[in-house]
Design a protein around this ligand. Structure first.
Ligand code: IMP
Ligand code: MG
Length: 187
């Protein structure tokens, strides 16, 4: 059972989620990241590779502020099932359609938690020969990282607590929220 309770909090199975990153804060940081990418990729035509499902809103808003020529493609991975903690293995549900050899790739993630998904993608792309590969993640939980991965563009570093909204789900719900909500500590 879950409900969109009072407008300033969300209750999912007895867990209370409170507002954490507002729409304004998210959009202004995303513009800053895009400006940095515009500088770094001047004269190039990067391919933004969104990791479905979570990154769809971040990718959409990010590329609206990109002013170099660019392309987009998507991976679809699944690792969480319907749980709040990672199942520890990653499944590839949709592969890339674009040719990656010789291209400048920017992997776009909603959140890096253990780093397993990014490691999986890096290993996979490591079999090809892109000109370059960088990673942009809206959120990173630095204290949860278990793999040696480099995140080149970070929106926000956050505590190791579950978050929902703005693309991020709990059992596939709440992706449509414009702000990000964080699990409140039990009192
Ligand atoms: P990692 O492979 O452990 O780094 O986890 C990455 C993926 O797990 C993300 O792309 C998300 O889909 C999911 N994930 C990790 N933390 C959260 C969270 O707090 N809320 C919702 N999804 C999360
Ligand atoms: Mg994801």
């Amino acid at each position: 059972m879950s409900s969109l309770g009072k407008k300033d909090e969300i209750i999912i199975n007895n867990d209370v989620f409170v507002p954490y990153l507002t729409e304004e804060v998210l959009q202004s940081r995303i513009k800053e990241l895009a400006e940095q990418i515009n500088v770094d990729y001047a004269g190039k035509t990067p391919v933004f590779i969104g990791v479905l499902n979570g990154a769809f809103l971040f990718l959409a808003d990010l590329i609206k502020s990109i002013n170099v020529d660019c392309e987009i493609d998507f991976f679809k991975l699944s690792s969480y099932g319907d749980q709040k903690i990672s199942s520890g293995n990653v499944k590839m549900l949709k592969e890339l359609n674009c040719e990656v050899d010789g291209r400048d790739l920017i992997i776009v993630e909603d959140i890096v938690d253990s780093g397993l998904s990014i490691k999986f993608i890096e290993d996979l792309i490591g079999n090809s020969k892109p000109a370059s590969m960088k990673v942009a993640s809206l959120l990173v939980k630095p204290k949860s990282l278990m793999y040696d991965v480099k995140i080149d563009y970070i929106g926000f570093e956050i505590p190791s607590k579950f978050v929902v909204g703005y693309g991020l789900d709990y059992a596939q719900k709440y992706r449509n929220l414009r702000s990000i909500y964080i699990l409140k500590e039990a009192e």
